[in-house]
Design a protein around this ligand. Structure first.
Ligand SMILES: [Zn+2]
Length: 448
């Protein structure tokens, strides 16, 4: 009897070790009301076109960015100044692109919650400050941009409020970007700033339109959302490209692993949601602010609603043939924006509490009935060990895993290398894991 009870206790102990109750508290902490209030405030600035008024306190992008900065400052005040809040800006002129009507500063708002252990490792959540109407060059007339992209901006501000009550090993950045509609200038500015300051970016979660549940096709869905990720980094070398032909990795780039991490975290902690992995950089021929980070070799994805409503995007507010056009607040579902904000918040928290991914992961096992993996062991005392993941080559998500302890190599007996994709993650004693790392080199077989 006693033995049974002990067994049961051990069993439940193991089960609870798999999830972190703080993440449920974070989900519950996200407020639809605060998100609604911020979206309304942003939409009420009339236009947030990147080239709109910067002097007024009631209209234009200047008022919008000052409001966003003030909100981050307020959040920081209530957490004993846990955020470093500042503007990052770059000048653009009409020479920089055909959607630039005049010279102006593209001003981004940056809020950093500094990591206690790895202050130079960053996880970024971004939304956009700017908006547009039918004519991108029209910086005078209304473009409320309630869903595109006050929703992503409000979600980012709300995530900061919720997560500022915790402290994390890695740094978290809450980012408001400008110049998106004019050519992704704000993201480019911060990505270059990060590179110049040697930021080690774990991943970028770019939120662009997270509040619409009513598709142009009439579908109403408040549970599905999309995670866009490019297959492999655009910065890879010719040699790396050639190696893929023989060793695989066509769908295993760093942004894709980040997307899988989001998928896994959401299906674990918010099983009511339907994350939809989309195996492409962005929507067909369209862009978003994760791309400038991808361009510099950083992992980054776009998180957004599953069903877009094109009458409510990039349209002047009007009624035509009985159809209402315009990106107004009535088109935003605050509960859905809250859910997608919670999706971001738990991923930021889990990554914030996670170890460094393993370095120099190598794989071998050709013409053998087993697969061997090797990696560099870390001296971080909080590491419990390493976990090997594998899946069929046609599978979208990691299907199998095995925790192998605090070792730097392991052989999976009976698992034939030809039939699966493999990866390795680092596991902290707190249960949180790094992103899975796909092997970057091959262990030459000495046998046979
Ligand atoms: Zn847009």
């Amino acid at each position: 009897m006693k033995k049974q009870l002990l067994g049961l206790l051990l069993f439940t102990g193991l089960l609870s070790a798999q999830t972190d109750s703080r993440l449920y508290a974070i989900i519950d902490g996200v407020s639809a009301e605060r998100i609604a209030k911020d979206i309304k405030t942003l939409a009420d600035f009339g236009t947030r076109n990147t080239f709109s008024d910067t002097v007024s306190n009631t209209r234009g992008i200047g008022a919008a960015r000052r409001f966003i900065k003030a909100e981050f400052d307020k959040t920081s005040k209530s957490c004993n100044n846990c955020l470093e809040v500042f503007y990052q800006k770059d000048l653009v002129t009409p020479k920089d692109g055909d959607r630039i009507p005049k010279e102006a500063y593209v001003v981004n708002v940056v809020a950093i919650q500094r990591g206690t252990k790895y202050p130079n490792r960053y996880i970024i959540m971004s939304g956009d400050i700017d908006s547009r109407n039918s004519d991108t060059m029209d910086y005078k007339n209304d473009s409320p941009g309630a869903n595109d992209n006050a929703s992503g901006m409000a979600g980012t501000m709300e995530a900061a409020r919720v997560l500022s009550k915790y402290s994390f090993e890695n740094s978290i950045v809450y980012l408001g970007l400008s110049g998106e509609e004019q050519g992704l200038f704000g993201g480019k500015g911060v990505a270059e700033y990060a590179k110049a300051n040697n930021w080690e970016i774990i991943g970028v979660l770019n939120n662009d339109m997270i509040g619409n549940i009513e598709g142009d096709d009439g579908v109403i869905d408040n549970r599905t959302f999309r995670i866009f990720s490019e297959p492999t980094p655009v910065t890879e070398t010719e040699k790396e490209r050639n190696q893929r032909r023989f060793y695989g990795g066509e769908v295993d780039g760093i942004s894709r692993q980040l997307a899988r991490y989001i998928y896994k975290t959401v299906t674990t902690y918010m099983p009511e949601m339907n994350p939809m992995m989309v195996y492409r950089l962005d929507r067909f021929g369209r862009g978003g602010h994760h791309r400038p980070f991808n361009d510099l070799g950083y992992a980054g994805v776009r998180i957004m609603e599953a069903h877009e409503n094109y009458n409510r995007q990039h349209q002047n507010n009007r009624v035509e043939n009985g159809i209402k056009y315009g990106d107004v607040i009535e088109g935003v579902n605050f509960d859905y924006a809250k859910k997608l904000t919670a999706v971001n918040a738990i991923v930021l928290a889990s990554m914030g509490w996670s170890p460094m991914p393993p370095k120099n992961v190598a794989i071998g096992g050709a013409v053998a009935p087993s697969t061997i993996l090797k990696w560099e062991i870390s001296d971080d005392n909080d590491i419990a060990g390493y976990k090997i993941y594998w899946r069929l080559t046609t599978a979208a998500h990691w299907e199998n895993s095995r925790f192998v302890g605090n070792v730097n190599t392991f052989t999976l007996s009976g698992i034939v290398i030809d039939n699966y994709n493999f990866g390795v993650a680092t596991v902290y004693k707190n249960g949180h894991e790094s992103v899975v790392v796909f092997p970057s080199s091959v262990i030459r077989s000495t046998a046979k």
